[in-house]
Write a protein that binds this ligand. Sequence first.
Ligand SMILES: O=C(O)CCC(=O)C(=O)O
Length: 384
Amino acid sequence: MDDVKLLSCFKVLSREAKDLYVRRDVPVVECPISPLEFYRDWVSPNLPVVIKGAVKHWPAIVKWTNAYLRHTIGEKIVQVAATPNGFADAIADGYFVMPEERQMAVKDFLSVMEDPDSLPGTVLYVQSQNGNLGGDWAALVKDIELGLPWATEAFGEAPSAANFWMGDKRAVTSMHRDPFENIYCVIRGHKDFILHPPTDLPWLPYATLPAARYQSTKGSLTEPEFKIVPLATDCESRTEIFKNASEMPEKYSENVLGCDKISKLSVADHEQVPGTNLDEDSLQCEPVGDVGTSLVPWICIDPDKPNFKLYPMYRNGTQVKVRVHEGDVLFLPAHWFHHVKQSHSCIAVNFWYDVRYDHRYAYQAFITSLLQNSSLNTGCPPLC
Ligand SMILES: O=C(O)CCC(=O)C(=O)O
């Protein structure tokens, strides 16, 4: 089929999705929700939903003040992402740039949250996505449930990873998609999501760029300088870069390491705290593609300020916006695109449940491969 015909087919697909089931807002349902309702109304049709008050009974909701965090875990050294502008894992200067990863005491991180001017020119975000709730932040697990019971029952297994998020209001998570069912719980403040359904893939432009990382240089005290340091591009160094779980954010796995990665990441022992068992042995980072190509395909449009001149096809997409408040939970189905911002010092916890390789997956993989074999959105990576 030629590209013009294919384009009109994708327009029909998007239009039908919009007319039939994708709403411009995310529905909000009240708690309690049964596993059956959750599965029937949201998981099976692959639709996002906010479950109001789903974690408001967690002790964390009242306990996780800065004073409590200082008292409980203040001395603990944790991994914090640092950038000059809040854009970690985003495109800058022709690179896909990952944040500088700093090790700092929780009490020092909290002091910067309370007074961001004390660390000028730097935006901090705890966003490691490596199951850090079972690692750096494990002392807090007692204040939450590990997985939401209705979700765990609906998915038929415990979550495979749990992540802790806390950061500056300037921190932005750029548009991407993950091969996991996501149960995203806001503990403090609020989170703003811009979503796109998987059927919008044709309208979300990708650029394939060399990977790099921010590195702060001394600079002056008031104006620290960050430089962008390209990552080594040979095969050996690339596997070295991501040789352990704490260094390999899961979401890059789709892009940097290829589809095989995901099954290798799946966790064998769900009895442990989710995420703690992502050890080096379970990660065999086999690079895909040609040796020497440390390239990352990444969505290059900013949904907050879309450049329609450069990306006119983006107009065909449907932005779905939702603010998730304290005590509420967003179900973000696998493969939905998302871009995330937050209120200052917002705290959230999310659970990733493994995706089922069912009809939804097959359908989305088909769309992706159609695009890859056309000239419409050739940069999009294979579905993982
Ligand atoms: O909270 C964020 O900044 C990003 C969340 C996200 O990307 C995820 O849970 O997959």
